[in-house]
Design a protein around this ligand. Structure first.
Ligand code: NAI
Ligand code: MG
Length: 354
């Protein structure tokens, strides 16, 4: 099979880190005749907006639909308001392509200083965030009933179907990766309607995985457990808001934006999924060569896993780990002085040695 990949480098450091990711893909293709892909690059960014008054062409989503995956850099530029760049490019892709899972690995990498360096067991888990409904459902409004009576209502939408598909993804992921426990974030002691349905739906899915333990933790306690014993988690499944918060907490535990990847998944495969670093366009370091390309390269590894090439994905992650373990080539965010390109080259060299 030859995969079709739509590449959107974006703004700021987006194109800089994307260049390194594309080199990694090229090297894998050169080395492995069973891996074929075709990449088309779409320059839909703030420059595009300033020229055309929109972030992507009118038929942008139609175009992307024909691809197996979207590899995204980062977007954001001081000349265009953030709500335009994000809401007119990233959000429509996530929504239209029903990318109802946001997947964020939380893995302690060798050579990265964390507060947990004395902890013997590795921190290595994933957060499965429900990405389509929950607390971020756009439902509610502002009411005015006279002076000092202003009020806002924001509804949380939890559906059995939406929760079950997120839970199913979490359990399938656990099964595939030999994990034995799924932790569900809840608050059904206080949020008694929506979170009780969440609990029931997660439990119903868990019942078909007798070999995997379900742990249901209240979100407040869970946040504390993340900090106290991060090594104890394997797969964490959470609603949109809880998952959003836990994801940032998770990446803070293990080392920061320069190395944090993410995937927005449409698990049914009906639409393309999108892979992107967690970080933004980092205008403060754009054009200085300081950006760390690891988050982008790791996001590319997640894309390859999604496309069924677990072997290539594992190879990339191993190469990143090897480079970090040696600690000779480190970008500024990791305490070194290597450039974006030097980091990319080091990872590629590691890939080609093996
Ligand atoms: P940011 O993630 O771009 O930067 C935050 C800090 O982390 C900065 O000091 C930056 O230099 C550093 N940083 C980020 N990525 C790095 C990397 N790969 N290597 C080394 N250091 C790195 O977030 P910020 O500054 O809040 O937003 C900047 C722009 O990015 C805004 O326009 C914002 O809207 C946009 N943004 C876009 C996202 C996306 O495309 N998905 C996500 C987050 C922000
Ligand atoms: Mg967030």
């Amino acid at each position: 099979a030859s995969y079709k990949v739509a590449v959107i480098p974006g703004d700021g450091i987006g194109p800089e880190v994307m260049n390194e990711a594309l080199k990694v893909l090229r090297v894998l293709k050169d080395q492995d005749s069973t891996f074929q892909y075709h990449a088309d690059i779409f320059y839909w960014n703030s420059d595009y907006y300033l020229k055309h008054g929109r972030m992507m062409p009118e038929d942008g989503l139609e175009i992307l639909k024909n691809y197996d995956a979207v590899l995204f850099g980062a977007i954001g530029d001081e000349r265009v308001p953030d709500d335009i760049t994000v809401w007119e490019l990233i959000m429509p892709i996530r929504k239209q392509f029903q990318q109802y899972i946001n997947l964020r690995p939380v893995k302690k990498l060798p050579g990265i200083k964390t507060r947990y360096d004395d902890v013997k067991s590795d921190i290595d888990f994933v957060i499965v965030r429900e990405n389509a409904e929950g607390e971020y459902a756009n439902s509610g409004g502002r009411l005015y009933s006279g002076m000092d009576q202003e009020m806002a209502i924001q509804n949380t939408v939890i559906t059995r179907k939406g929760t079950e598909r997120a839970a199913s993804f979490a359990f399938e992921y656990a099964k595939k990766h030999g994990k034995t426990k799924v932790t569900s974030a809840t608050k059904s002691n206080a949020v008694v309607h929506s979170m009780k349905l969440w609990d029931e739906a997660v439990k119903a899915v868990a019942d078909s995985y007798p070999e995997i333990t379900l742990e249901q933790n209240y979100i407040d306690a869970l946040a504390a457990y993340f900090v106290m014993r991060p090594e104890s988690f394997e797969v964490v499944v959470a609603s949109n808001l809880f998952g959003d918060i836990l994801s940032d907490l998770g990446s803070a535990l293990v080392g920061g934006l320069g190395i944090s990847p993410s995937a927005n998944l449409n698990p049914t495969g009906e639409f393309p999924s999108m892979f992107e670093p967690v970080h933004g366009s980092a205008p403060d370091i754009a054009r200085t060569g300081k950006a760390n390309p690891i988050a982008q390269i790791w996001s590319t590894a997640m894309m390859l896993e999604h496309l069924g090439r677990d072997d290539l994905s594992t190879m990339i992650i191993r190469a990143i780990e090897q480079v970090l373990k040696r600690g000779e080539v480190l970008t500024a965010d990791l305490g070194g002085s290597a450039t974006t390109m030097e980091m990319g080259e080091a990872i590629i060299e590691e890939l080609t040695v093996h």
